[in-house]
Design a protein around this ligand. Sequence first.
Ligand code: BES
Ligand code: MN
Ligand code: ZN
Length: 501
Amino acid sequence: MNFDLLISDLNPTARQGSDALLVLLQDGYKPDSVAKEELSALVAQALKAGDIQTQAGKWLALYKPSPARASRVLLAGIGTGTPRQVRQAVTAALGALRSGTPAVKKLTVCFAAAPQAGSLRAAMMAVADASYVYTTTKSKADARSLTRVTLAVPQSVAKDSVQTEFQRAAATVAGIELAKEWANRPANHATPTHLGAAAQALAKLPRISCQVLGPKEVAKLKMGAFMAVAQGSEQPLRFIVLNYKGAAPSQAPTVLVGKGITFDTGGISIKPAGEMDEMKFDMGGAASVLGTFRALAELQPAINVVGLIPSCENMPDGRAIKPGDVVTSMSGQTIEILNTDAEGRLILCDALSYAERFKPAAVVDMATLTGACVIALGAVRSGLFSTSDDLAQRLLAAGEAAQDLAWRMPLDDDYAEGLKSNFADVANIAGRAAGAVTAAKFLQRFTEKFPWAHLDIAGTAWKGGAAKGATGRPVGLLLEFLLGHPAQALGKARRAAAVKR
Ligand code: BES
Ligand code: MN
Ligand code: ZN
């Protein structure tokens, strides 16, 4: 998806050529009704007559109105213009445009009045989401028709902040789309080896390096829990280490850890057949790490970030782990595997131990970890668990700003009671109650050396049903969190310039 930013008022924007023009109208917007032969005069008439209202969700379609150089013009209300309203309005409008033929290739989205902070991004994300199509494993897929999108904002905007928001949003969309692509690929087209190659490909981008470890190296590291999950699969495991170096080596990195189970059958504790295909998405956390690095390469912020992806399949096999098996994790803690379907925590615990070597400022893991989290929070908010209130607050705020929501969940020690084992230091499951919390309590045992947060994205990383597919979450949240306040995120030279102004 190609985005352009145009700082131009409605009428000159309307005179630019494109297949379709979407005009976003905010409450209280006063169009220039004097300028005859201009789109603003038409908008003024329509508003006056009540044929279009600025309420979010209302829209009016026009065909080749003479002042505009687009065959299809859609006027859409965005209410008070919050990011959420803009997202809803743009999604609805794109649905309306999509049903028409010929397909729209070049779209202009025009904010008639200066957008609120976050609303430009919301519009870009909504356009990208509504026009995304997965094609990789279809023989005759229609590729995405919409390829050029111009975002037009009026001259009255604060140009610097709009430009920053635009750049970030364009990079975020690229990151989300990479995450969607990998998460959507079927497990036979997205093996641990494929994910390793995808990470290596990212290392061609500026400031990124990558190391992919195989079974031998992982054995040397004594990642006994990770290896235990992988041992039932014909596909060799991969441990991916990505590095983004945007600041001095003395600056402690943020470490992102993504669960990379490329297919989760449940292992010997096998899952029921219904919807088991969706377990190809069990590497959604890993995909979000890849997507985040893709965006970092584009934005070049002055920060250090490490990405860790333990990746393997969880399969039943003659060599597979059995319920009751005890394994030794990299940390030295022994684990009784009471249920082989609780595999995510087993691969993550060793990745968390590995993270210690970076002396991280913070570690955030993303995992499609528990069905219990889907029951608790559904598809709206990811479950957030953290041993640091500060880190939790920053992640929650980033989620709000990016419209990629999370909700904090508890980590009281009483929840760890059920993880006690008669045969090892800890069991990998507790009872059914509070399953998302007990999973997090298991992980917490491996995070003593750094501030840590865990995002359970089992409900948010993909959609089921007719619209089955990956969402690219939580790439938006992670980027907002990593980039922080705009001035903080600019590269050194640009920050100096920003300070001068
Ligand atoms: N990958 C699943 C979690 C999952 C389930 C995500 C359904 C999305 C939808 C995970 O590995 C798993 O199987 N978890 C078990 C844990 C249980 C055995 C304690 C679960 O949630 O059922
Ligand atoms: Mn499982
Ligand atoms: Zn799983």
